[in-house]
Write a new protein. Structure first.
Length: 330
């Protein structure tokens, strides 16, 4: 019978202004700026508004910089540079719980205010924040442990990022480190970590998705289709790649609308302005530019359908899902 060890539980403060935390916050804001810039930039470029790109870049940089500063102010004023958490180290893994009362109240307030004010963005942010009040890693996952004795800190990393900071106390650091090392060795946790970073795959397909969206935007302008369709295809294709695989179904729906709308516009009978009484369809008067747009749009749609099919049939995991699998071994 396997011997079980009593869980080790302790509470401590995460220093919000440590070099590691500041770097994480800065990288998060940089990623936000890049996503905003790429999405809006692709939309503007597809519509030929190249002159607006420099001003767009300044606006995105200003908004992201403002959020970065606002975050630092909140850390300093509301949380006083500390974030209170509880850890439970057991034979199964490590559970990190938010016990900071200000953070928990703020998350619930965001949900309530978002619902009352009919602002889904605010409510969604509150729900996401509340879901992250409990985070866990399982020894059956795939991550490495990097220790920093001078900070009493153990950093758990998968193939490309930090999945959890385990902030110990001066009194229990040695014990925690020993138990983490033994558990990871017993379950071969480190051996499951991918040798190569997955980022190149996701960045490569991110660039291809952005490129594929351009002829779809051109298609809507050429055939009078709703601009929302290519926007949804672009956003959900990126979400399928980085967040959740099942968003691929929205891509199918958006592409179906574009195909049906284009065919209906080409099949529509028009009355000739030069020869009264005569009519023609869009198929009969297609120009070279229209043919080029259609060919590019077909290539783009083919790529997006192929990528969506792979996402739904186990060809790859969305990066968020992959990270979660690395954490819990699912």
């Amino acid at each position: 019978m396997k011997k079980t060890t009593a869980p080790l539980v302790w509470e401590t403060d995460l220093p919000l202004f440590s070099a590691y935390m500041l770097r994480q916050w800065s990288l998060a804001m940089l990623a936000t700026a890049l996503v905003m810039g790429l999405l809006l930039g692709t939309l503007f470029a597809a519509q030929g508004n190249w002159d607006a790109l420099p001003m767009l870049g300044l606006m995105v940089a200003g908004a992201s910089g403002g959020l970065w500063v606002l975050g630092l102010i909140i850390m300093a004023v509301l949380f006083r540079g500390r974030f209170h958490v509880r850890y439970t180290l057991s034979d199964a893994g490590i559970l990190q719980e938010t016990v900071e009362p200000i953070a928990k109240k703020a998350n619930r307030a965001a949900i309530i205010l978002g619902v009352l004010a009919r602002k889904p963005g605010l409510a969604g942010a509150g729900l996401i924040a509340r879901s992250r009040e409990f985070e866990a890693v399982n020894w059956k996952g795939a991550f490495n442990a990097v220790t920093q004795p001078e900070r009493h800190l153990i950093t758990l990393r998968n193939g490309w990022r930090t999945v959890m900071f385990v902030q110990c106390t001066a009194e229990n650091f040695a014990e925690v480190m020993e138990r983490v090392s033994q558990s990871m060795q017993q379950h071969k946790t480190s051996k499951r970590v991918a040798t190569n970073s997955p980022l190149p795959f996701y960045l490569r397909h991110t660039a291809l998705i952005m490129l594929a969206s351009v002829p779809l935007f051109m298609l809507t302008e050429e055939y009078g289709l709703h601009l929302l369709a290519p926007i949804l295809v672009l956003c959900f294709a990126l979400a399928m790649l980085w967040l959740i695989n099942v968003f691929a179904y929205v891509i199918y729906a958006g592409l179906l609308y574009l195909v049906v709308g284009t065919l209906m516009d080409l099949a529509r009978v028009r009355q000739s302005s030069f020869f009264p009484g005569e009519s023609y369809s869009g198929f009969e008067v297609m120009s070279g530019d229209e043919n080029s747009i259609l060919i590019l749009a077909l290539i783009a749609a083919g790529y997006l359908i192929w990528l969506s099919w792979r996402a739904l049939h186990g060809g790859f995991l969305a990066l968020l899902v992959k990270d979660q699998s690395d954490m819990d071994g699912g």
